[in-house]
Write a protein that binds this ligand. Structure first.
Ligand SMILES: *[C@@H]1O[C@H](CO)[C@@H](O)[C@H](O)[C@H]1NC(C)=O
Ligand SMILES: *[C@@H]1O[C@H](CO)[C@@H](O)[C@H](O)[C@H]1NC(C)=O
Ligand SMILES: *[C@@H]1O[C@H](CO)[C@@H](O)[C@H](O)[C@H]1NC(C)=O
Ligand SMILES: *[C@@H]1O[C@H](CO)[C@@H](O)[C@H](O)[C@H]1NC(C)=O
Ligand SMILES: *[C@@H]1O[C@H](CO)[C@@H](O)[C@H](O)[C@H]1NC(C)=O
Ligand SMILES: *[C@@H]1O[C@H](CO)[C@@H](O)[C@H](O)[C@H]1NC(C)=O
Ligand SMILES: *[C@@H]1O[C@H](CO)[C@@H](O)[C@H](O)[C@H]1NC(C)=O
Ligand SMILES: *[C@@H]1O[C@H](CO)[C@@H](O)[C@H](O)[C@H]1NC(C)=O
Ligand SMILES: *[C@@H]1O[C@H](CO)[C@@H](O)[C@H](O)[C@H]1NC(C)=O
Ligand SMILES: *[C@@H]1O[C@H](CO)[C@@H](O)[C@H](O)[C@H]1NC(C)=O
Ligand SMILES: CC(=O)N[C@H]1CO[C@H](CO)[C@@H](O)[C@@H]1O
Length: 850
């Protein structure tokens, strides 16, 4: 061997060695076939859930992932957020909430897999869909099409992330948890708008991804023309009708909406778990083998990370884990039961194609056989109104409307999507019930304030003819852009109508430094008009317009060049003088005065800029407030009740907890007391919080809730700063933490036994169902408030004994008090029989606290 080739030989050996695993790491080969992802030669049925790392803090990642695992997930899915990882071109950031490697390793430590959606387009209701704003300013660039400049930047970032994961040995072939990766995102929904450039771009994106040699399969979601070997996957509320674009690809569902996102000015969307479970069961019934909940934990859009227009700060998503990381019942528990039932069928699902059997109108079965001829079956009633009794395999089964039953042995029903036997929560939210929270009112605290200048205040203003587009002007360095001009009135009329047209998202109007109007759009139409009657002085008048962004748009064809800000200003009704002010001279300033001063910063907490005194200004626009507070004791998350405030942003110890806008009420109609889960669901089907301030769900305490992570406060005094734009009363703000929870469960004798007591054959029918109660981490059952075995009436929170009633309080107390979890078999054998022959239910209400 000559010199050159022996070097090549050594390099080859190193390459080979590097891609292998040694010692304790277990390396996996991931491929796919037409049925499933294949991991180490075995087809797998996988449940996945989305958790976006920056929407919580690293300290809570292990608990979120533990709760996901207990909920029956195998995979955690996340996007990668380019704009925060590369805030300035070539300067990378992977710290704190953006420590992607730490997040992936946290999932690995829990023993779960990762689906890494690198994109780099994320959508995700995230600012600018995850694109860095500097990308927009590269001359000649066009996003998401066959544009060389864009492709070069996209490839560089894809490679950067793939290399980072390889260095840390995080791909499955290296012993890591990543089994799947995504390039682009939902491009198929907008491809039509990009013409032939779009088609070429899809091919290029696929080739580029494959060339990065991740050794795991790539997916493109909502992308019917995804080239081989990229798997095209389904996103939607239901995916049971989905077929991939090649018979060699498995049926995969990458976004199954557990609820929907919230925007300022909208009611809170939610999705009943019976419908979500139905959608999932139908998907696996009809051949699916991988499913992802979007979101499993939604979290919070801290700082200015929320997308737009007008996406709210809470990204709760009605997910199985709520915004604060608490388990949301019965959603979490019912889905856990479903996952267990599907897991029991895994060996059948991976062994064959489903065999279809029509059982009646809107009634069908799908049967999966193992070679031994044993089988598992799914029985579905997809009628949205009528319950039914069906005969299958010689036995009679009751199928409620819009439900699926799972029979792991083609005989015993272990789960029905419409029968929720899991624990429930009394009340709809983890905060808001007086007895379960510790509330600190800031009324008597000593507040300070700073009244900000209206209009251009700093030395960085500039004057230009005409109205400038906002994003091109601010580069999104601030939400705010001042547009100011003067009006010289020489005529007699002093009254006019001021007409302003804006592309979005909101604007305050000051005439001669006095606030005269506030206009704003919404998530669907960010544009708005203002027509305000104003009075002017003879001579010089000033007009100051503060245009505000509320999250840069993140979705739609060419969303990256949708503009914002004011594009037309006119005075209507004046005989003389200029009516159209649009093309006149305008003076601009990016940002408001308090931002230049840095009033949000801890270093200015004791500055003499702040005014202190007894006459706290309320209902004042463009004002900064400051206070210190000692956080209510505990380990759990905190919530700031901003119901008395207008619109603005809040900081705790210098960290932004996000934008707030309680003054934006949702429409008073569109909510229903009871949401029928039967029938196809979309984001508007089930809503709550109509007519309420943003992020409110009315309970005992009227709240507009904003999340403060516990790790952002310390023992002792913590600085809270608010920038109030419209006017509010800070003395009514409170800080809460949760001290306990009310839990409840009711299970009938006729309900299926729990999936983990499953034993094949006839043994199973001798198992009895159980009521199982579990407290959140750190709490235990401290009281049992109701326990009846018989025919209790009411529902969680309002149960009372029915005509048949065995008082089983002491039995339940004995089993549960002082326990973190307990279970009570539902049978007359241990509870006594107050009314033989009658179908009985055990109902329990209990309280958990420290
Ligand atoms: C991927 O593998 C191919 C073939 O082994 C090689 O030519 C190419 O350079 C690799 N690319 C990367 C980014 O490692
Ligand atoms: C199903 O059968 C049960 C028991 O025989 C009966 O009470 C019920 O009315 C039937 N339901 C339907 C929808 O036929
Ligand atoms: C004015 O300019 C100076 C120097 O460029 C800068 O340090 C200062 O922060 C600016 N002040 C304001 C209020 O913009
Ligand atoms: C906002 O834009 C939509 C669509 O372009 C248009 O139909 C609507 O009239 C506009 N609304 C206002 C208030 O300008
Ligand atoms: C306003 O306009 C009048 C008439 O055109 C002019 O005489 C006067 O100087 C102007 N005043 C200001 C403040 O520009
Ligand atoms: C009108 O008032 C504005 C703001 O006070 C000032 O900047 C401008 O110079 C004034 N115009 C004239 C002509 O006096
Ligand atoms: C922003 O500026 C770029 C480059 O000058 C221009 O092409 C684009 O149209 C502008 N965008 C808007 C929304 O005005
Ligand atoms: C502000 O003053 C308080 C009380 O004097 C002190 O505890 C705190 O450290 C000071 N903060 C800063 C940022 O200087
Ligand atoms: C604030 O303004 C609103 C509406 O103008 C008014 O109803 C309210 O009483 C004011 N509150 C205070 C404390 O002045
Ligand atoms: C129920 O199904 C019927 C018939 O398929 C359909 O017309 C109706 O819209 C559905 N209702 C709901 C709420 O999905
Ligand atoms: C087509 C569509 O609406 N896609 C959305 C699905 O939901 C995710 C999460 O809310 C969004 O990111 C997509 O834009």
């Amino acid at each position: 061997m000559g010199g050159k080739s022996s070097i090549a030989y050594i390099l080859l050996v190193i390459l080979v060695l590097e891609s292998c695993c040694f010692e304790r790491t277990v390396c996996s080969a991931v491929t796919y076939d037409h049925r499933a992802l294949v991991i180490d030669g075995k087809r797998r049925v996988l449940q996945s859930g989305s958790i976006h790392y920056p929407r919580s803090t690293p300290e809570v990642w292990p608990e979120l992932i533990r709760k996901s695992k207990e909920g029956g997930l195998d995979v955690i899915e996340t996007y990668v957020f380019w704009n925060y990882h590369e805030p300035v071109k070539g300067q990378y950031y992977f710290e704190g909430r953006f420590d992607l490697v730490r997040f992936v390793k946290t999932v690995q430590e829990a023993g779960l897999f990762v689906h890494l959606r690198i994109g780099p387009y994320a959508c995700a209701e995230w600012n600018y869909g995850g694109f860095p704003m500097w990308l927009h300013f590269i001359p000649g660039i066009q996003f998401r099409t066959t544009n060389e400049i864009f492709k070069e930047e996209m490839k560089r970032f894809l490679a950067k992330i793939v290399d980072l994961m390889k260095e840390e040995k995080l791909f499955a072939s290296q012993g890591g948890p990543i089994i799947l990766a995504q390039v682009e995102n939902e491009y198929g929904n907008v491809e039509w708008a990009y013409g032939v450039g779009g088609e070429l771009y899809v091919k290029w994106a696929a080739e580029t991804a494959v060339s990065l040699n991740t050794s795991v399969p790539w997916v493109m979601c909502s992308q019917g023309d995804a080239p081989d070997p990229i798997i095209n996957t389904c996103n939607g509320f239901y995916c049971d009708g989905f077929t991939p674009n090649s018979p060699t690809k498995p049926i995969m569902w990458t976004e199954n909406y557990s609820g929907w996102f919230l925007s300022f000015g909208y009611a809170i969307p939610y999705r009943p778990v019976e419908d979500l479970a139905f959608a999932v069961a139908r998907f696996f019934e009809t051949g699916g083998t991988f499913q992802n909940y979007y979101m499993y934990f939604g979290g919070t859009n801290f700082g200015r990370t929320a997308g737009g227009p007008l996406v709210a700060t809470s990204y709760d998503y009605d997910a199985p884990l709520d915004e604060y990381g608490f388990i949301r019942q019965p959603k979490w528990g019912h889905l856990r039961d479903l996952h267990k039932a599907i897991k029991l069928c895994e060996e059948y699902l991976i062994s064959s194609e489903p065999v279809h059997q029509q059982l009646g109108v809107n009634l069908e079965a799908h049967i999966y056989y193992k070679p031994s001829n044993e089988c598992a079956a799914f029985l579905a009633n997809y009628d949205n109104r009528s319950d039914a009794n069906v005969t299958f395999n010689g036995n009679l089964y009751h199928l409620p409307a819009w439900s699926v039953s799972i029979l792991p042995d083609c005989k015993n029903v272990i789960f029905n999507t419409a029968k929720v036997v899991t624990q429930r929560t009394t009340g709809d939210h983890s905060f808001g019930q007086k007895k379960n929270v510790n509330e600190l009112l800031l009324a008597s605290s000593s507040w300070s304030w700073y009244i900000e200048e209206v209009g251009v205040s700093g030395n960085n203003s500039f004057t230009e003819p005409g109205l400038l587009e906002q994003i091109n002007t601010t580069k999104d360095d601030s939400d705010f852009l001042w547009y100011t001009t003067s009006i010289n009135l020489s005529g007699e009329e002093k009254e006019a109508v001021l007409n302003i047209e804006s592309l979005g998202h909101a604007a305050l109007v000051f005439v001669n430094k006095k606030l005269v109007a506030f206009g704003y759009g919404n998530h669907d139409y960010a544009n708005f008009s203002i027509n305000e009657k104003i009075s002017l002085n003879e001579g010089n008048n000033t007009l100051d317009l503060l245009s505000m962004m509320v999250g840069v748009q993140n979705y739609g064809p060419w969303f990256d060049i949708a503009g914002a800000g004011i594009y037309f200003v006119a005075l209507i009704g004046l005989k003389n003088g200029k009516n159209d002010l649009s093309s006149g001279e305008w003076t601009y300033q990016v940002g408001v005065e308090g931002e230049y001063l840095g009033l949000d910063k801890v270093s200015l907490a004791n500055s003499s800029l702040w005014t202190q005194g007894s006459a706290l200004p309320v209902n004042k626009s463009l004002i900064w407030y400051k206070v210190t507070f000692v956080a209510p004791e505990g380990k759990g998350p905190l919530v700031l009740n901003l119901a008395s405030m207008g619109k603005g942003q809040a900081w705790v110890k210098g960290q932004s907890i996000g934008r707030y806008w309680p003054a934006y009420l949702s429409p008073s109609t569109g909510c229903t007391e009871y949401c029928d889960y039967r029938g196809t669901h979309d984001p508007s089907t089930c809503q709550k919080g109509c007519g309420q301030p943003a992020q409110t769900f009315y309970e005992e305490i009227t709240m507009s809730r904003y999340h403060i992570p516990r790790t952002w406060v310390h023992p002792g005094e913590n600085l809270l700063v608010l920038h109030e734009e419209l006017g509010g009363d800070p003395s009514k703000i409170s800080v809460q933490t949760r001290t306990g929870q009310d839990i409840c469960s009711f299970v009938s004798e006729a309900d299926p036994p729990a999936a983990d007591s499953w034993k094949p054959n006839s043994e199973f029918s001798s198992q009895v169902p159980e009521v199982r109660l579990t407290c959140e981490q750190g709490w235990q059952i401290t009281s049992v408030n109701f326990a009846s075995y018989g025919t209790p009436v009411g529902t969680c929170g309002t149960f009372r004994p029915g005509t048949c009633h065995a008082d089983v309080l002491s039995t339940v107390e004995k089993a549960c008090i002082g326990q973190v979890k307990c279970s009570i078999p539902v049978s007359s054998a241990n509870l006594g029989d107050a009314c033989p022959g009658l179908l009985k239910t055990l109902a329990i209400e209990a309280h958990c606290s420290e």
